[in-house]
Design a binder for this molecule. Structure first.
Ligand code: RP5
Length: 162
């Protein structure tokens, strides 16, 4: 099982590293690529068209500005595509969010929130999709939630004595 993380520019890397870190935490292999819907359109299409045959289970796509990357990828594959809007412009990522989320009927992109939280959730959603048919991943997801709950409750304990 492996996941692709595609980003429109190297400037997106600091955000998309969040996705890679989560996938690593769950023991999943991922490959990162820099491919742009506007600047390397042929390469985006070539990658997306072959992704299923090359063994990917889902594609996470992060891009900013007029963010067409996730949509173009989704147009060329039947794999689940999870989009991460990135705040690269003076519009603070709202431009990317709207470009990504407003897909025409028939070609879905599961669009996350803007930025690092979105990148983290993109990886978690990919894990949840894979966990549908994988018991080990399912157990790891349950443990992840348990650990998260414990850490929030520890913070709660800490702040009571603040
Ligand atoms: C988008 O344009 C990229 O995804 C990036 O978020 C934004 C700016 O790209 P650079 O000018 O930093 O390469 O295509």
């Amino acid at each position: 099982m492996k996941i692709a993380i595609i980003m429109g520019s190297k400037s997106d890397l600091t955000v998309m590293e969040e996705s890679a870190a989560v996938l690593k935490q769950f023991g999943l292999a991922c490959e990162m690529r820099i491919l742009s819907a506007h600047r390397t359109p042929e390469e985006v299409i070539a990658f997306s068209s072959r992704a299923r045959d090359e063994g990917y289970s889902a594609i996470i796509a992060g891009a900013g500005m007029a963010a067409h990357l996730a949509g173009v990828i989704a147009a060329h594959t039947t794999l689940p595509v999870i989009g991460v809007p990135i705040a690269s412009s003076s519009l603070g990522g709202l431009d990317a969010l709207l470009a990504m989320v407003q897909m025409p009927p028939g070609i879905p992109v599961a669009t996350m929130g803007i930025g690092r939280a979105g990148a983290k959730n993109a990886a978690l959603l990919a894990v949840e999709i894979l966990a549908l048919t994988d018991e080990t991943l399912k157990r790891r997801l349950v443990q992840y939630r348990t650990d998260m709950k414990k850490s929030v409750l520890e913070e709660d304990d800490g702040i009571k004595n603040f």
